[in-house]
Design a protein around this ligand. Structure first.
Ligand SMILES: NC(=O)c1ccc[n+]([C@@H]2O[C@H](COP(=O)([O-])OP(=O)(O)OC[C@H]3O[C@@H](n4cnc5c(N)ncnc54)[C@H](O)[C@@H]3O)[C@@H](O)[C@H]2O)c1
Ligand SMILES: [Zn+2]
Length: 365
């Protein structure tokens, strides 16, 4: 087992630990009990985790104060109505401030459980137990919580850092292949923005990652957590540096919206990473064939590297102007200087890119 500490100034503890291992689920409840003696534990999960047997492994014969099972799991449930139902279920259990929330599931469960924990009795601790490739690499670590509105994704939320995170790579065994593969795009993103050696490690070990080899998955989890933790520690509330985590996401989010959420998040980010790479080439930031290597890795993961024919490119282009990083309708992009290092301009990590360049790249994708 590996332990990575994340420093978060401004929070009560100032630091939390990420534990990475295989077969951890069975010992979490008693460990949390030792860290929070006399606290009630409330579990938030979704029905897929019940079906896969992970809830049983986590809870075992321990007595919990209560649980809320999101049904169905997935993005369609990530809204205020579900959070209200969770909070009222907690209230019905007569829980007080001496409650710790356990979030077992993917990013949807983690984001909602973190949000509910942050507002229940003005804030109770949450322990994140991520079970998908996206949540283990990304959403369980950065302290962002929230839900979608009927208008936009992640419309409402809070920053609420976990009291602890348990990454059990054995939980990935039951994840559906398409979810599994697309979530790995966030790992590719981490290699690109921060760690060339990690990129090479992934290149060498991708077949083992795809075979869900636990030793390799633990190594990947550790590297992901270190990359994300380092960025989050330096910029806990996303003032500037944290934007690097949005590499590939500017076009990615626009494609996700334009596809009517038919494509999975990671699949859209894969297209976004290729788009960013082509923008880098158009702007003269590239001296080698790094995009070929990146595209090759995405293809080995079974991810799209071109715009699917049914996506309206004009709509994608329009959506880019309303991206959250845009200023005065001019899209701004996180770009690479090289694999493992983000390009900066005047200290900014998200840089302006002219309309002609963007429309040329989108048109050619
Ligand atoms: N907070 C952040 O910083 C952050 C970062 C990235 C993504 N996110 C959010 O995360 C969400 C996407 O996360 P996700 O891909 O984990 O989605 P998810 O939680 O919807 O999980 C994907 C599907 O897999 C099922 N599932 C989860 N774990 C399983 C397992 N071990 N075995 C079998 N089935 C399992 C779920 O029921 C769901 O149907 C989005 O809402 C996104 O906005 C948040
Ligand atoms: Zn993402």
């Amino acid at each position: 087992m590996k332990i990575i500490e994340v420093k978060v100034p401004g929070t009560a503890a100032g630091v939390y630990a990420i534990q990475i291992g295989s077969g951890l689920l069975g010992s979490i409840v008693s460990e949390v009990g030792r860290a929070f003696p006399r606290y009630s534990q409330f579990l938030i999960t979704d029905s897929a985790l019940v079906r896969a047997g992970h809830v049983e492994k986590l809870v075992g014969s321990n007595s919990m104060a209560g649980r809320y099972v999101v049904e169905p799991g997935g993005e369609a449930s990530k809204n205020m109505a579900t959070v209200t139902a969770i909070l009222e279920a907690m209230e019905a259990c007569r829980l007080g401030r001496d409650t710790v929330v356990l979030a077992l599931g993917g990013g949807v469960v983690g984001d909602m459980a973190g949000f509910a924990a942050s507002v229940f009795k003005r804030g109770v601790p949450v322990v994140q137990i991520p079970t998908t490739t996206i949540s283990q690499a990304d959403s369980a670590i950065g302290g962002k919580t929230g839900v979608d509105s009927s208008v936009s994704k992640n419309a409402f939320g809070t920053f609420w850092y976990p009291a602890g995170v348990y990454v059990d790579v054995a939980a990935l065994a039951t994840l559906d292949e398409r979810q599994y593969r697309s979530g790995l795009v966030e790992s590719v993103k981490h290699t690109l923005i921060a760690d060339a050696e990690y990129f090479e490690y992934l290149e060498r070990n991708l077949d083992k990652v795809l075979a869900r080899d636990e030793a390799v998955l633990m190594e990947v989890a550790g590297r992901n957590c270190r990359v994300k933790a380092k960025v989050v520690e330096k910029d806990p509330t996303e003032k500037n540096l944290r934007r690097v985590l949005n590499y590939g996401h500017t076009v990615g989010h626009a494609v996700e919206s334009a596809s009517g959420f038919e494509l999975l998040h990671g699949e859209c980010v894969a297209i976004g990473i290729v788009a960013a790479g082509k923008i880098e080439e158009a702007m003269g930031l590239v001296k080698d064939d790094r995009l070929g290597r990146i595209e090759n890795m995405l293809k080995r993961l079974g991810q799209p590297t071109q715009m699917p024919a049914n996506i309206d490119k004009v709509r994608v282009f329009e959506l880019l102007k309303s991206d959250k990083k845009a200023i005065g309708q001019v899209a701004r992009f996180v770009l690479l200087e090289r694999i493992g290092r983000v390009h900066t301009s005047k200290g900014e990590y998200a840089v302006e890119v002219g309309e002609a360049v963007v429309s040329g790249v989108i048109g050619g994708l």
